[in-house]
Design a protein around this ligand. Structure first.
Ligand SMILES: [Zn+2]
Length: 229
């Protein structure tokens, strides 16, 4: 397993468990872990990590597609992570769970993704309220280097649509061939990396963040450093 996918359930704990345990014959679904929304959140283990679970659906990331075969999935109880915040207690337990999974499978920072990153235009979970920045500060997932971001923002460079499309593709996103496809991919990118404004419009800040990410994680130097034992 090389990818870690985060989701929100869009349903309550009882209804989500019913669906994820496969009690609904119409839906073939499953996931490795559920994080509850109780005052003291818990992790419920659903499917063993060495087995594929049906959480990603039609999906792409980098050169991979149909990511169920390649990914661990975590569902977090939240009706809509674009509307309702995740509690600090949930963030803490998500951090601990992700840290263990990343260590066990040696998952790279750029492969810790939202369902919305890998199913562009189809999924919007775990939403813009998901604590990506907080987790990145603790070493989970990808984020720009703060100094480099500051420098790029100071330059105020705006990528052309064609260049932004190339950067998104280099980073891992599957971008649809037309303008509408690009807008959806920009929205997915913003939901993860610039959640304060998710409007699908390429701006100076998005350009700076994406350039930093591609430079930091997709450069050959970084990748070869990562595979060294
Ligand atoms: Zn999902």
């Amino acid at each position: 397993m090389t990818i870690l996918v985060l989701h929100h359930t869009a349903g309550s704990l009882p209804s989500s468990l019913k669906t994820l345990q496969g009690q609904d014959p119409k839906h073939r679904v499953g996931v490795h872990y559920v994080v509850t929304d109780e005052v003291k959140p818990r992790v419920i283990r659903m499917v063993p990590e060495d087995m594929a679970a049906f959480h990603a659906g039609k999906s792409n990331w980098g050169r991979l597609e149909a990511l169920n075969q390649h990914s661990i999935g975590i569902e977090i109880i939240n009706y809509d992570g674009n509307v309702y915040p995740y509690s600090d207690a949930q963030a803490d337990i998500i951090f601990a769970l992700c840290a263990e999974i990343i260590r066990r499978h040696d998952i790279k920072p750029w492969n810790v993704v939202a369902h919305s990153d890998i199913a562009v235009g189809r999924k919007i979970d775990p939403g813009s309220k998901f604590p990506w920045a907080k987790l990145a500060k603790l070493g989970i997932g990808a984020a720009p280097l703060p100094d480099e971001l500051k420098e790029r923002l100071a330059h105020g460079h705006l990528a052309t649509p064609a260049f932004f499309r190339r950067l998104l593709t280099d980073y891992g996103y599957a971008v649809g061939p037309d303008d509408a496809g690009l807008k959806l991919a920009v929205e997915a990118f913003q939901r993860h990396f610039r959640p304060a404004k998710v409007d699908g419009i390429i701006d100076v800040e998005c350009t700076a963040i994406l350039e930093c990410l591609v430079r930091r994680y997709q450069s050959p130097a970084y990748r070869s450093a990562q595979v060294r034992p």
